[in-house]
Design a protein around this ligand. Structure first.
Ligand SMILES: N[C@@H](CCC(=O)N[C@@H](CS)C(=O)NCC(=O)O)C(=O)O
Length: 344
């Protein structure tokens, strides 16, 4: 078969998520660094985001390019049934999708925050990300490009809600997540989903490939407080050798109980944000203002995360009554239930 093409960046968590996922799934693909000399002939996508996944032409149709890792994953599931990363039990798949969404939409806040707040992190990312496109770049071009990238990204801190009010909430939520993952691994779980990885594992991996492995400030925190997580991230990057043919998914009871601490974390930080964000969007308010983890949170509304709340609710609605009851009981008293019950 003609390999797919994955166009992305080393410094992009969603690009790393998709590259690790394609490797685990043993789906043939070529990796193209966006903006490099290899980045030619890629069809246009509606919004200039990475990663872009290109499906080769077939039946007289042209190559087709798509964005958004979550939808890329779902399309791959339809095309390639082997080595699936979606649990067959719809209730577990729902919890997995919720954790993937938390990773993509909340963990990206610490990722972006650390990278563009602290001087050492800004220096590394602005220079290395520039060089990733062209390692032979002249020193003058590098200095100019690094300055351009840093200015543009620092200005975008407001988009993810990183500011003086929210710094403590963001940084403590990162440290807590490290300790939850450490405890989950030391309890004998190889992945969030037990003995084989789900979509949530790759969502966590994408953000942590930057936080725990690239950006100096959060990587030092991970090395000091959760070295096990640092190693886990190395493993997740390439699971092509992992044999899952006879590896069972967990029972729904085991999954719900092992994932409980993560669901509590979703309820603690992500649920109040999603609800306040959706309300601000509905009221056309200029700011999201709410309390997260007992502290003030303020940021500009984020339209995409308004859609995330809607998609999560739709996913719950499509469950059978028995599956929905199970999911509701798993979320009960985690705070994550508010995502589905709050009026907006
Ligand atoms: N929800 C999307 C998010 C993708 C995304 O936000 N990509 C960022 C980089 S990590 C991007 O391309 N930003 C535009 C830019 O860097 O020019 C996904 O899951 O793929």
């Amino acid at each position: 078969m003609t390999p797919l093409k994955l166009v992305g960046g080393f410094g992009s968590p969603y690009s790393r998520k998709m590259r690790a996922l394609l490797r685990f799934r043993r789906i043939p693909f070529t990796w193209i660094m966006r903006g490099s000399t290899d980045d030619v002939g890629i069809p246009e996508v509606p919004v200039a985001l990475i990663p872009v996944l290109v499906f080769p032409a077939e039946d007289g149709r042209a190559d087709e390019a798509m964005i958004d890792s979550t939808f890329q994953i779902r399309r791959l599931e339809k095309m390639f049934p082997a080595r699936s990363i979606v649990p067959p039990d719809p209730a577990i798949a729902f919890l997995d999708a919720l954790l993937e969404d938390y990773a993509d939409e909340w963990l990206t806040k610490p990722m972006f925050h650390y990278r563009w707040k602290y001087a050492a992190d800004i220096h590394k990312a602005s220079h290395v990300l520039a060089l990733d496109r062209d390692p032979q770049m002249s020193r003058e071009t590098l200095a100019r490009t690094a300055r351009f990238i840093a200015e543009r990204q620092i200005e975008r801190l407001r988009v993810v809600g990183s500011n003086d009010v929210t710094t403590v909430v963001i940084e403590t939520s990162y440290r807590r997540l490290l300790s939850l993952l450490d405890a989950h691994l030391v309890a004998g779980n190889r992945f969030l989903m037990g003995a084989r990885p789900g979509a949530g594992d790759f969502g966590f991996f994408g953000q942590l490939s930057q936080l725990a492995h690239f950006d100096p400030t959060p990587a030092a925190v991970a090395a000091a407080e959760a070295p096990r997580v640092v190693s886990w991230v190395s493993h997740l990057a390439d699971l092509s050798a992992l044999d899952v043919e006879n590896v069972a998914w967990p029972s729904r009871e085991d999954a719900a109980s092992a994932l409980l601490p993560f669901l509590v974390e979703v309820g603690r930080v992500y649920a109040p944000f999603l609800i306040a964000n959706a309300r601000a969007l509905a009221n056309r308010a200029s700011e999201v203002r709410c309390e997260i983890d007992g502290l003030a949170w303020v940021q500009q509304p984020f339209p995409y995360q308004g859609k995330c709340l809607k998609w999560l609710r739709e996913a719950r609605e499509t469950l059978s009554i028995a599956d929905r009851n199970f999911v509701d009981s798993a979320l009960e008293s985690t705070g994550a239930d508010a995502i589905f019950s709050a009026s907006i």
